[in-house]
Design a protein around this ligand. Sequence first.
Ligand SMILES: [Zn+2]
Length: 263
Amino acid sequence: MDIIIYILVFIFGIVIGSFLNVCIYRIPKGKTVVAGRSFCMSCNKTLSWYDLIPIISFISIGGKCRYCKAKLSLQYPLIEATNGLLYVLVFYIYGWQTSMIVLINIIYCLSISLLIVVSLIDHRTFTIPGGLTKTLLVLAMIGLIIRYFGIERTNALLLDHVIGLFAVSSFLAIIFYVTGGRGIGGGDVKLMAGAGLLLGWKLVILSFILGAIFASVIHILKMRLMNADRTLAFGPYLSAGIIVSLLFGNSIINWYILYILQL
Ligand SMILES: [Zn+2]
C-alpha cells in the first residue's frame, strides 16, 4: 500500500508546486501571495478552477491559454512536477513510521519548496527576499523543536543544530563584510544560517561544498558555451546543495568516510 502514500504525497506536492509558481511571480513584485485570482499574462482573463489543476490543465489545453492561445511557460508544470517528485523522495528516504517522522518530513518538504522559490527568484532578480530566509529559519526552528521533544531529547542534538546555524553563515558573513557585499550576497549568508539550523553542522558544510561545486561547474560551462556574463546568482546553487544534502547527505558522508578516507 506504499504506492497510495506516494501518490497522495505527490498530489500534495504538485498542489503546493502550483502555489510556488504564484510565489515566484508575485513575491519580487511585492504583491500578496494569499489573495487574488490567477490570470493569463497575455489576455488578462481570470482563470477558472479547471485551468489551475496542476500539470493536468497544462497538458489538457496543450500548453496554451484556453482563451487567447498564448503559449504558457513550461516552467509551471516543471516546477509542479519537480516539487511533487522531491516530496515523494523525502518520504521514500525518511519513511513514515511515526507521526514525528511525518512531521519532520513535512518540515523538510516545505523547506525544499521554499528553496525552489529562492532559486528562481535569485536567478531572475539577483536577490533573495528576506521574508523567505526568515521563513526558512522559522521552519528550521519548528523542525528542531519537534525533533528534540519527539525523537531525540539530547543536548548533542541542540548543539549540532546551533553550531550548524553559525558553521557556514559566519564564514560567509566574514566574506560579506571583507568584500563589501561583492564576494557574496547578504541573502546567501542568511540562507545558509537557516539551512544550518535545519540540517546541523555536518550537512550544512556539505551543502556549501556541493553548492560551490555546482556553481563552478555550471558557471564555467555557461561562460564557455554561451558567453554568459560573470554575474553569478549563488542562491540556486546553494539551494541545490542544501536539497541534495537534505536528501542524500548522510549517505554521502558515510560513503566518503568508508571509501575516500581509506585510499
Ligand atoms: Zn490568455
